[in-house]
Design a protein around this ligand. Structure first.
Ligand code: MF3
Ligand code: CO
Ligand code: CO
Length: 258
């Protein structure tokens, strides 16, 4: 397939879709509370995307049945929203949303929690967010993609955690999953050289225990840690600019343009 260098027109489309994806996560925060089901949140997410002229990219993607992924506690990714999954005190979970707006994709996810959560869970979530931020700081023209995974894995290991290697970030924008793969464990100065106009996701999944995952046989999607210990994830879609990085899915002004 090859890495797609986006035109200014494509970049503007991807930026708009990415902002809508970011705003979808912002919107859903107000509906998260103990006792609601993940299907209830998924329905609100779908309606919000459609009200804003977009389509949920996951719906029907390789047969995936829902408009978001909601992955609780030991679920690493691709948790399917369900009327049987009821949020309870102490849960930590990732909500992952991808929009298609005017044909362009924006992909982002973050962690949420219910009520009081353990110190261990807080530490895992903070470490994972920092892993994403370290990865983003590597995005600049001329740098190699492998340096993203290099800094992420070095930091996660220093905190006693493991990095999931069975799922990766990916080129994203004119397709859902484009080249290149963005590995979250990688050797220094390996992989493709970043160029202005590349857009891709960084989405580290960090585990409390073993790094291996197992996909649920019954539904074919839900990926869990093999030891049932906690996992956390954050994701942004980024653009390589002439001078550095623009975090396209950031709607909080958290990342300055560089
Ligand atoms: N949004 C996920 C990602 O970050 C992909 C979900 S694909 C699905 O790449 F089919 F599981 F929804
Ligand atoms: Co992604
Ligand atoms: Co995603």
């Amino acid at each position: 397939m090859g890495i797609i260098i986006k035109t200014p027109e494509q970049i503007e489309g991807i930026r708009k879709s990415s902002q809508l994806a970011g705003n979808t996560l912002k919107m859903i925060e107000g509906f998260i509370k103990e006792g609601v089901t993940t299907e209830y949140l998924d329905n609100i997410i779908e309606q919000y995307m459609r009200d804003n002229g977009a389509i949920p990219a996951t719906l029907g993607y390789h047969g995936y049945p829902k408009s978001s992924c909601i992955s609780l506690n030991e679920v690493v990714c691709h948790g399917i929203p369900s009327q049987n999954t009821i949020l309870k005190e102490g849960d930590i979970f990732n909500i992952d949303v991808t929009t298609i707006l005017n044909g362009y994709y924006g992909d982002t996810s973050k962690m949420f929690s219910i009520g009081e959560i353990s110190a261990k869970a807080i530490n895992l979530i903070e470490t994972t967010k920092h892993c994403l931020n370290l990865g983003i700081a590597q995005v600049k023209p001329g740098n190699r993609v492998g340096n993203i995974g290099f800094v992420i894995s070095r930091y996660a290991k220093s905190k006693g955690y493991t990095v999931v290697y069975e799922f990766c970030g990916h080129g994203c924008g004119v397709e859902f999953h484009e080249d290149p793969q963005i590995e979250h464990i990688a050797r220094q100065n390996t992989g493709p050289i970043m160029q202005p106009g590349m857009t891709f996701t960084i989405e580290p999944m960090i585990n409390e225990g073993k790094s291996r995952t197992r996909v649920d046989k019954a539904d074919g999607w839900t990926a869990r840690t093999i030891d049932n210990k906690l996992s956390a994830q954050f994701e942004h879609t980024v653009l390589v600019t002439e001078t550095g990085v623009e975090v396209l899915t950031d709607v909080d002004g958290e990342y300055p343009f560089i």
